[in-house]
Unconditional design. Structure first.
Length: 146
């Protein structure tokens, strides 16, 4: 039977998987096809709609699940603000949290840049957010299991 803590970890991992997988799917598969097969105005409208829907998902589902389950898992591990400076679990988690905050910032700025017509800035922020998300997954796999 699945206990509480494996279930909390499962929710954390699945939420991250869907978010990062969604970014990869949008960037690598969907957006190139949209640009290739639709007129510029239609492509822009569809990409805007997809981006807005993904943003709503991020704010309403991903962020609450990630923060809630992450806080529970850290509490279970006995993480304190002081222990975030300790080698091993603490520093790795601090690095993960720092990159997570930067990715959220880049994602928010991407939406702003896209909405104000700054295409090059929006693209750079989207790529930075995607790379940061992959780094978060890499750091998550480096967390020692206790």
């Amino acid at each position: 039977m699945l206990g509480l803590w494996p279930f909390v970890r499962f929710l954390h991992v699945v939420s991250a998987m869907v978010w990062v997988g969604g970014q990869l799917t949008l960037t690598a598969l969907l957006l190139p096809l949209i640009r290739q097969r639709l007129k510029v105005a239609d492509a822009a409208g569809l990409m805007r709609s997809v981006g807005q829907r993904f943003g709503v998902y991020t704010l309403s589902v991903f962020l609450p699940v990630q923060v809630g389950t992450g806080a529970l898992l850290a509490w279970r591990e006995g993480v304190t603000f002081t222990s975030l400076t300790h080698p091993g679990y603490g520093r790795t988690l601090l690095a993960k949290l720092t990159v997570f905050a930067l990715v959220l910032l880049a994602s928010g700025l991407h939406g702003w840049a896209h909405g104000t017509g700054r295409k090059e800035v929006a693209r750079a922020l989207a790529v930075g957010s995607l790379i940061g998300s992959v780094v978060i997954v890499l750091l998550a796999t480096a967390l020692p299991i206790t």
